[in-house]
Design a protein around this ligand. Structure first.
Ligand SMILES: [Fe+2]
Length: 403
């Protein structure tokens, strides 16, 4: 039975679908954010120079009268645009209402122009964008007849919203990262499992092929029982599967089936291949093969129950079997299963002393011995296997059989 390992398990497939949807959402939100129309905003301040509005976004200015003579008053204005808002400020400019005649003497970080009653400042190109949390300095020096304060200042700007300020973008981003991490971890685990499975499969093949080789050695003693142990193993496993036994127990029963007649290595070939009726003495020797097999396998602990299957596969349900005359469910389960499979194969195979028996005869014989030779609860599965056409198996099926 080969197991297939696929990276795309159902759960990973779901995570992958979520990742794709999140990435689509991420890109869609990004495109929307980049194409979002930037609206022109206008903030008006009516502040005195020494008392700026304490908002997230504001302009603060400090004036310094440095000259006062017959030419007029010289004043330097140092201004700072403070952006503590969550948006970037783009394409900004400032207008200031003035009432006096004045002359601009000097300016920095931008250009001041004057109209009828307004001063307008436009920053240099390199300063036209102020990121959130940043400041921008600018200012001018002007002369007027009298000193005056700037009033009715207006800041015009476009608020630029960062893509990170869109909650949906944040959600898609976090979900995508989580999905990528989950898929990466799953991929690494799957790789390790696949590597382990490969090693495990190699060992399993080694065990299976070794035991099958032993089974072939056993069956080689008698030309007529060629393939018998392998077929009994396969039928036993079919029964175990129909009984609802676990995969592990099905494999265990299969291996026990392969070895069930290992005690025959201690029985002379002349007895095993004798065409006629066996003498009482010869039959007594034959009857020892279950206990001899159990003795051979007594140190083989890798397959639990292996000695039970070997030692008790010739016990009968009514207690008239051999070697210990156990009955009913006192006979270990492995022995009861092997007994049914063994008897079926013995009847359906050609032997040195007779040809194989007919389909109807075998079925009648099996059913007739339910509760006497065979455990009826196990026999019913063998009968179903035969009636379902799953037995007997051909030599080709037997050769191709994989566990
Ligand atoms: Fe046997």
């Amino acid at each position: 039975m080969k197991q297939k390992y696929s990276f795309l398990s159902d759960r990973i497939l779901i995570v992958l679908i979520v990742l794709v949807l999140s990435l689509v959402g991420l890109v869609t939100t990004l495109i929307y954010a980049l194409n979002a129309k930037e609206e022109l905003h206008e903030l008006s301040f009516d502040w005195s120079i020494d008392d700026p509005l304490k908002e997230d976004l504001y302009v603060v200015a400090y004036s310094n009268v440095f000259a006062q003579d017959e030419n007029g008053v010289g004043t330097q204005y140092n201004c700072i645009l403070v952006n503590s808002s969550k948006y970037g400020v783009s394409d900004w400019f400032i207008t200031v209402k003035t009432h006096e005649d004045y002359r601009i003497d000097n300016s920095w970080n931008g250009t001041w122009t004057h109209g009828v009653d307004k001063l307008m400042f436009v920053p240099d190109t390199s300063n036209h964008f102020v990121e959130k949390g940043q400041k921008e300095s600018f200012g001018l020096v002007l002369y007027s007849e009298t000193a005056f304060d700037m009033t009715e200042i207006t800041l015009n700007f476009k608020a630029v919203r960062s893509v990170w300020s869109y909650p949906l973008f944040d959600i898609f981003y976090v979900v995508s990262i989580i999905c990528i991490v989950v898929i990466t971890i799953a991929f690494v685990i799957k790789l390790r499992i696949a590597k382990y499975a490969k090693t495990h499969a190699a060992y399993k093949d080694l065990v299976s092929e070794s035991l099958r080789t032993i089974a072939n050695i056993i069956d080689t003693k008698d030309e007529y029982t060629k393939g018998h142990s392998v077929r009994v193993a396969i039928y036993s496993r079919m029964i175990a599967e129909r009984m609802g036994m676990s995969d592990y127990d099905q494999e265990r029963i299969y291996y026990i089936g392969l070895l069930h007649d290992i005690g025959k290595v201690g029985v002379p070939v002349s007895i095993l291949t004798k065409p006629g009726r066996l003498s009482d003495e010869e039959f007594e020797i034959i009857k020892k093969h279950p206990s001899m097999g159990a003795s051979i396998m007594k140190d083989f602990s890798s397959i639990p129950g292996v000695t039970n299957g070997i030692k008790y596969h010739h016990e009968r349900y009514d207690g008239k079997g051999y070697n210990e005359h156990l009955s009913g469910e006192d006979i270990p389960l492995e022995g009861r299963i092997i007994c049914v499979a063994d008897s079926y194969d013995a009847m359906s195979s050609k032997r040195c002393y007779r040809n194989s028996l007919s389909y109807d005869f075998i079925l009648d014989e099996l059913k007739r011995n339910a509760g006497t030779q065979f455990d009826p609860n196990i026999l019913k599965h063998m009968v179903a296997i035969v009636e379902g056409g799953y037995a007997p198996i051909s030599d080709a099926e037997m050769e191709d059989y994989e566990i």
